[in-house]
Design a protein around this ligand. Structure first.
Ligand SMILES: [Zn+2]
Length: 176
């Protein structure tokens, strides 16, 4: 399967519906729907991996620190728009409902939060997530567990046939 075929299947299999602004994300204890969710302007339903919600709730419940998630699920249309505007990667764990970006104050704060998510993943019995941090200079961190979609890590899909970088990089512990 290609990346886009996998994205489509994921979206059809595990839809959580259309969240409303100011409302708690279905199935979550702490994730509120903020303006980030309105970025998907194409009206498509939302998908978020249950393990991702559990990971965030585990960290948030333990630390008690309020959070702002600036981006969670992105439809293909949203991702394509970002790509042309910011030159972002064509394929993103956000489009598989497996990633969120969380606002941070500085690089030390970012590192602290990354460590907390690592500990939370361990408590939940999940592999070490992927983290984007250094590249974003402490403004936000990217957290994802996209590898859980693939057979090697218990998911239903083979790695996509049309992206060698995904096969190599969408694995636990990868950071940038
Ligand atoms: Zn991200």
């Amino acid at each position: 399967m290609t990346v886009l075929e996998i994205e489509k299947e994921i979206q059809q299999r595990q839809v959580i519906g259309l969240p409303h602004r100011g409302k708690l994300l279905p199935g979550a204890k702490y994730i509120y729907v903020n303006e980030a969710w309105d970025r998907n302007a194409d009206g498509a339903p939302y998908y978020v991996m249950p393990e991702l919600i559990a990971l965030h709730d585990e960290e948030r419940g333990k630390s008690g620190e309020p959070t702002t998630l600036t981006s969670v699920y992105r439809t293909r249309g949203t991702q394509d728009a970002l790509n042309s505007k910011w030159g972002k990667a064509k394929f993103s764990a956000h489009s598989m409902g497996a990633a969120f970006d969380r606002r941070t104050n500085c690089i030390e704060h970012a590192q602290d939060i990354v460590d907390r998510y690592k500990a939370a993943a361990k408590r939940l019995g999940l592999p070490v997530p992927r983290f984007g941090m250094r590249k974003y200079q402490g403004v936000f961190i990217h957290v994802d567990i996209v590898f859980l979609h693939f057979k090697e890590f218990g998911g239903p899909f083979d790695y996509p046939s049309d992206s060698e970088p995904i096969r190599i990089n969408w694995r636990p512990k990868v950071s940038w």
